[in-house]
Design a protein around this ligand. Structure first.
Ligand code: 5GP
Length: 195
Protein backbone atom coordinates (compact mmCIF):
# COMPACT_ATOMS: atom_id res chain seq x y z
CA UNK A 1 0.00 0.00 0.00
CA UNK A 2 1.79 3.05 -1.30
CA UNK A 3 0.42 5.46 1.28
CA UNK A 4 1.85 3.39 4.14
CA UNK A 5 5.17 2.71 2.43
CA UNK A 6 5.66 6.41 1.76
CA UNK A 7 4.91 7.19 5.40
CA UNK A 8 7.38 4.56 6.63
CA UNK A 9 10.05 6.03 4.31
CA UNK A 10 9.31 9.52 5.62
CA UNK A 11 8.85 8.89 9.36
CA UNK A 12 10.09 5.36 10.16
CA UNK A 13 13.25 5.15 12.29
CA UNK A 14 15.52 2.14 12.51
CA UNK A 15 16.36 1.00 16.04
CA UNK A 16 18.62 -1.76 14.69
CA UNK A 17 18.52 -4.26 11.82
CA UNK A 18 15.52 -6.01 13.46
CA UNK A 19 13.26 -3.26 14.83
CA UNK A 20 11.55 -0.37 13.13
CA UNK A 21 10.11 2.53 15.11
CA UNK A 22 6.89 4.03 13.72
CA UNK A 23 5.63 5.72 16.85
CA UNK A 24 4.91 9.06 15.18
CA UNK A 25 1.96 7.62 13.20
CA UNK A 26 1.16 4.01 14.17
CA UNK A 27 1.79 2.99 17.75
CA UNK A 28 2.26 5.97 20.01
CA UNK A 29 0.98 9.06 18.20
CA UNK A 30 -1.69 7.85 15.76
CA UNK A 31 -2.59 9.17 12.31
CA UNK A 32 -6.29 8.31 12.23
CA UNK A 33 -6.65 9.15 8.53
CA UNK A 34 -3.96 6.60 7.70
CA UNK A 35 -5.63 4.11 10.08
CA UNK A 36 -8.93 4.54 8.23
CA UNK A 37 -7.25 4.07 4.83
CA UNK A 38 -5.62 0.86 6.10
CA UNK A 39 -8.93 -0.29 7.56
CA UNK A 40 -10.60 0.19 4.15
CA UNK A 41 -7.87 -1.84 2.49
CA UNK A 42 -8.29 -4.71 4.95
CA UNK A 43 -12.06 -4.58 4.35
CA UNK A 44 -11.42 -4.91 0.59
CA UNK A 45 -8.90 -7.75 1.00
CA UNK A 46 -10.95 -9.81 3.44
CA UNK A 47 -14.42 -9.24 1.97
CA UNK A 48 -16.64 -12.23 1.28
CA UNK A 49 -15.09 -14.45 3.97
CA UNK A 50 -17.93 -14.10 6.46
CA UNK A 51 -15.84 -12.28 9.08
CA UNK A 52 -17.99 -11.20 12.02
CA UNK A 53 -15.33 -10.25 14.59
CA UNK A 54 -11.93 -8.58 14.64
CA UNK A 55 -9.37 -9.95 17.11
CA UNK A 56 -6.18 -8.17 18.13
CA UNK A 57 -3.78 -7.82 21.05
CA UNK A 58 -3.22 -4.84 23.31
CA UNK A 59 -2.18 -2.20 22.84
CA UNK A 60 -0.75 -1.28 19.46
CA UNK A 61 -3.15 -3.41 17.44
CA UNK A 62 -6.27 -1.77 18.83
CA UNK A 63 -6.56 1.43 16.70
CA UNK A 64 -5.93 -0.47 13.48
CA UNK A 65 -8.36 -3.21 14.47
CA UNK A 66 -11.01 -0.56 15.17
CA UNK A 67 -10.42 1.05 11.76
CA UNK A 68 -10.81 -2.34 10.05
CA UNK A 69 -13.92 -3.11 12.09
CA UNK A 70 -15.50 0.21 11.10
CA UNK A 71 -14.67 -0.34 7.43
CA UNK A 72 -16.22 -3.82 7.60
CA UNK A 73 -19.56 -2.47 8.74
CA UNK A 74 -19.05 -1.90 12.44
CA UNK A 75 -17.89 -5.32 13.61
CA UNK A 76 -17.01 -5.89 17.28
CA UNK A 77 -13.32 -5.77 18.20
CA UNK A 78 -11.93 -8.12 20.85
CA UNK A 79 -8.43 -7.46 22.10
CA UNK A 80 -6.40 -9.97 24.05
CA UNK A 81 -5.01 -8.62 27.30
CA UNK A 82 -1.41 -9.23 28.24
CA UNK A 83 -2.06 -9.70 31.96
CA UNK A 84 -4.96 -10.97 34.03
CA UNK A 85 -6.69 -7.89 35.49
CA UNK A 86 -8.31 -7.97 38.96
CA UNK A 87 -11.64 -7.41 37.24
CA UNK A 88 -11.31 -10.70 35.29
CA UNK A 89 -13.49 -12.82 37.51
CA UNK A 90 -14.77 -15.12 34.77
CA UNK A 91 -13.11 -17.89 32.75
CA UNK A 92 -10.82 -17.01 29.87
CA UNK A 93 -8.93 -18.51 26.95
CA UNK A 94 -5.17 -18.02 27.01
CA UNK A 95 -1.98 -18.60 25.04
CA UNK A 96 1.68 -18.05 25.86
CA UNK A 97 3.36 -15.48 23.61
CA UNK A 98 6.98 -14.37 23.37
CA UNK A 99 7.19 -10.65 22.82
CA UNK A 100 9.48 -9.77 19.97
CA UNK A 101 10.25 -6.22 21.03
CA UNK A 102 10.36 -6.76 24.82
CA UNK A 103 12.02 -10.19 24.70
CA UNK A 104 9.80 -11.64 27.40
CA UNK A 105 7.02 -14.17 27.64
CA UNK A 106 3.46 -13.29 28.63
CA UNK A 107 -0.02 -14.83 28.67
CA UNK A 108 -2.48 -13.39 26.17
CA UNK A 109 -6.00 -13.79 27.53
CA UNK A 110 -9.55 -13.30 26.23
CA UNK A 111 -12.70 -13.75 28.29
CA UNK A 112 -14.79 -16.74 27.22
CA UNK A 113 -17.75 -14.35 26.92
CA UNK A 114 -16.34 -12.68 23.82
CA UNK A 115 -15.55 -15.60 21.52
CA UNK A 116 -17.82 -18.46 20.53
CA UNK A 117 -17.92 -21.29 18.01
CA UNK A 118 -20.14 -19.18 15.75
CA UNK A 119 -17.40 -16.59 15.24
CA UNK A 120 -15.36 -16.09 12.08
CA UNK A 121 -12.43 -13.96 13.22
CA UNK A 122 -9.98 -11.72 11.42
CA UNK A 123 -6.73 -11.06 13.31
CA UNK A 124 -5.36 -7.54 12.88
CA UNK A 125 -2.07 -6.23 14.30
CA UNK A 126 0.33 -3.36 13.69
CA UNK A 127 3.39 -5.56 13.01
CA UNK A 128 3.91 -9.11 11.86
CA UNK A 129 7.44 -10.22 12.74
CA UNK A 130 8.06 -13.78 13.99
CA UNK A 131 4.31 -14.42 14.08
CA UNK A 132 4.22 -15.24 17.82
CA UNK A 133 1.45 -12.77 18.65
CA UNK A 134 -0.73 -13.87 15.72
CA UNK A 135 -0.16 -17.56 16.49
CA UNK A 136 -1.19 -16.94 20.10
CA UNK A 137 -4.40 -15.32 18.88
CA UNK A 138 -5.05 -18.24 16.49
CA UNK A 139 -4.70 -20.63 19.47
CA UNK A 140 -7.18 -18.57 21.50
CA UNK A 141 -9.65 -18.52 18.59
CA UNK A 142 -9.29 -22.30 18.22
CA UNK A 143 -9.86 -22.84 21.97
CA UNK A 144 -13.21 -21.08 21.52
CA UNK A 145 -14.10 -23.40 18.63
CA UNK A 146 -14.24 -20.32 16.39
CA UNK A 147 -12.63 -20.00 12.94
CA UNK A 148 -9.81 -17.71 11.88
CA UNK A 149 -10.39 -16.26 8.39
CA UNK A 150 -6.95 -14.67 8.16
CA UNK A 151 -4.37 -12.27 9.49
CA UNK A 152 -3.92 -8.64 8.47
CA UNK A 153 -0.88 -6.60 9.50
CA UNK A 154 0.08 -3.04 8.71
CA UNK A 155 3.81 -3.79 8.51
CA UNK A 156 5.36 -7.19 7.94
CA UNK A 157 9.05 -7.88 8.38
CA UNK A 158 9.12 -10.81 5.98
CA UNK A 159 12.67 -11.82 6.91
CA UNK A 160 11.52 -12.74 10.45
CA UNK A 161 9.37 -15.58 9.12
CA UNK A 162 5.95 -14.97 10.70
CA UNK A 163 3.90 -14.78 7.51
CA UNK A 164 5.42 -18.01 6.16
CA UNK A 165 4.48 -19.85 9.39
CA UNK A 166 0.92 -18.54 9.28
CA UNK A 167 0.50 -19.41 5.59
CA UNK A 168 1.73 -22.94 6.36
CA UNK A 169 -1.27 -23.19 8.68
CA UNK A 170 -3.45 -22.40 5.65
CA UNK A 171 -4.25 -18.85 6.74
CA UNK A 172 -4.69 -15.93 4.37
CA UNK A 173 -2.15 -13.25 5.34
CA UNK A 174 -2.28 -9.67 4.07
CA UNK A 175 0.41 -7.16 5.05
CA UNK A 176 0.02 -3.64 3.74
CA UNK A 177 3.77 -2.97 3.66
CA UNK A 178 6.22 -5.86 3.39
CA UNK A 179 9.79 -5.17 4.47
CA UNK A 180 12.44 -7.57 3.17
CA UNK A 181 15.42 -6.12 5.05
CA UNK A 182 16.38 -3.52 7.64
CA UNK A 183 20.11 -4.21 7.28
CA UNK A 184 22.75 -1.54 6.58
CA UNK A 185 20.53 1.28 7.88
CA UNK A 186 18.15 0.83 4.95
CA UNK A 187 14.47 -0.09 4.81
CA UNK A 188 13.88 -2.33 1.81
CA UNK A 189 10.35 -3.09 0.65
CA UNK A 190 9.00 -5.96 -1.40
CA UNK A 191 8.03 -4.48 -4.73
CA UNK A 192 4.84 -6.49 -5.17
CA UNK A 193 1.92 -6.06 -2.84
CA UNK A 194 -0.65 -8.83 -2.68
CA UNK A 195 -4.12 -8.41 -1.33
P1 5GP B 1 5.63 -11.11 16.38
O1 5GP B 1 4.82 -11.68 17.48
O2 5GP B 1 5.04 -11.31 15.01
O3 5GP B 1 7.08 -11.52 16.46
O4 5GP B 1 5.69 -9.53 16.63
C1 5GP B 1 4.51 -8.78 16.54
C2 5GP B 1 4.35 -7.89 17.73
O5 5GP B 1 5.59 -7.34 18.17
C3 5GP B 1 3.47 -6.72 17.33
O6 5GP B 1 2.32 -6.80 18.12
C4 5GP B 1 4.28 -5.48 17.58
O7 5GP B 1 3.66 -4.72 18.59
C5 5GP B 1 5.64 -5.94 18.02
N1 5GP B 1 6.70 -5.67 17.00
C6 5GP B 1 7.37 -6.58 16.27
N2 5GP B 1 8.31 -6.01 15.52
C7 5GP B 1 8.24 -4.69 15.74
C8 5GP B 1 8.97 -3.56 15.24
O8 5GP B 1 9.89 -3.64 14.40
N3 5GP B 1 8.60 -2.34 15.72
C9 5GP B 1 7.60 -2.18 16.62
N4 5GP B 1 7.30 -0.94 17.00
N5 5GP B 1 6.89 -3.23 17.12
C10 5GP B 1 7.21 -4.47 16.69
Amino acid sequence: MKLLEDRIKKDGRLINSDILKVDSFLNHQIDVGLMDAMGEEFARCFSGLGVNKIVTIESSGIPLACAAARAMGGLPVVFAKKAVPNTMTEEFYSATVRSFTKNKVYEAIVSKRFLSEDDVCLIIDDFLASGEAAEGLVKIIEQAGARCAGVGAAIEKEFQGGSAKLRERGLKVVSLAVITSLADDRIQFKSTYEC
